[in-house]
Write a protein that binds this ligand. Sequence first.
Ligand code: GLV
Ligand code: MN
Ligand code: MN
Ligand code: MN
Length: 423
Amino acid sequence: MTEPMTGTAAWVLERCDELTRHTARDDALERVYLSPEHAAANTAVAAWMRDAGLATATDAAGNLWGRRSAAGTPQQPGTRGEPALVLGSHLDTVPDAGRYDGMLGVALAIAVVHRLRGTALPFALEVAGFSDEEGARFGKALLGSCAASGQWDAAWWDQADADGVTLRDAFTAFGLDPGRVGAAARRPQDLVGYLEAHIEQGPELEALGLPLGYVTTIAGARRFVLTVTGEARHAGGTPYARRRDALVAAAHLVTRIEELAVDAGGLATVGELRVSPGAVNVIPGRAELTLDLRARTDAARDALWGRVAAAARDIARERHVSIEHAETHRAPSTTCDERMTAAVVAGIAAASPEFAGRADDVPGLWSPAGHDAMAMAAVTGVGMLFVRCRDGISHHADESVEAADVAAALDAYTAAVLALADK
Ligand code: GLV
Ligand code: MN
Ligand code: MN
Ligand code: MN
C-alpha cells in the first residue's frame, strides 16, 4: 500500500492506526504512563514531528514536545524569547482503549504543522504529546499536563499503581529524575495559548448531524478509592447474623451511588472493584472500589460527594463494616478562553460548508470528559475543537471517526491557527 500524503486526513488516520502497535497487550490497546509502550510511542511520534519540520525533546515528566520558530525552522522546545502557540493532546490510554482518544489530537496537530510548512507566523508553534491524561496507572489524572503547567504536587509521589510501584519509582525506572520534575513547567510569558482537538466522546454532534464543534467548559472530576473492611470467614460455617461481608456492603453502596448521581443530574462511576481474599468459599473481608464523580459545576459535584459520603457512613453502620476513602484526583472545571475559542469557531466556520458565513451557529458543547486543556489553562488561554465520533463511543476499542470529519477537522484546525496569526 502506498503511504498517504503527509498532512492529509488519511495520514492522520494512519498515524492513529500505527500507534496501536505500542501496547502492553496483544489483544487490546493499553499504554499507560511511564511504561515501555509510552517510551516507544514517544519515539515514533518524535520521528513524525521531525518529519513535519519540528525539533523534538522529552521533558522532565516524559511529555513529548516538538517546536518550530515563527519563521518556520526547527527550534528546541521550550525556547524562551519567542512565545509559542501549543497544539496538543495525550498519548496515553485507558485499558482496552480506542485509538483516537488523545492520539487523534496529536496526529492532527502534527498534520497542521505539515500544512503550515513554509508559512511564517507571528509566533512559534509547539506540538505536545502529553504523557498522562487518563490517570489509568496512578489514579491521579493529567499528570503530564500538570507537570507542564507547573502544578505538580509532591503529595503524588507516593501514589502507587496496581503492582505497588510508586510514581517516584516509576519515574526513576523510566530514566527521569523525580527531583527535576519542576523543569517541565512552562511559563505563561512563553505561551500564546493552547489548542486541543479531540473526539467528542459523547453523542451530541452526531445528534446534531454536524462533524465539528467547540468546547465551552470542561467538567472537573474528583476520583476516590473507597475501602470497605468487613471480616473474611467461612462461607459455610458463618450464619448471616455473624457475617460482615465487605462485598455485599460495597454492592449496596454502588447501587446507592448511582441513585444519588441520577437524582443530582451528575455522573458517578465505580469502574474498578477488587475483592479479597477472593476465594469461592470465603466471605469477602475487604472490597476496594474506585469512584469517578462529575457534574456541570464543581459545587454540584462536591454536593454529590457529600451525599455519597453520608450514604457510605449509613451503609457501614447498617452492615457492621468500616468504609474509608482516599481522594486520588481532583480537577477544577475549566472555562475555555475567549480568544482561543473565537479562533476555533472562526476555523470551523471557514472550513465547513454547513456554517458558511454563520459562525454563530457553530455548536458550543460542555465536555463532561477531562482534557489536558484543563491543566494548561493554569498557564495560558485554552480552546478546544471537538470531532464527531460514531455513537459517542469512547474508552472502548470501537471508537471510530469518519475520514471526512477528520478532513474537516484538519481544515478547521489549520484555519484556527491562521486566525490567531490573523492571516
Ligand atoms: C478522560 O478521558 C476522562 O476520564 O475524563
Ligand atoms: Mn480518555
Ligand atoms: Mn482524551
Ligand atoms: Mn440497598
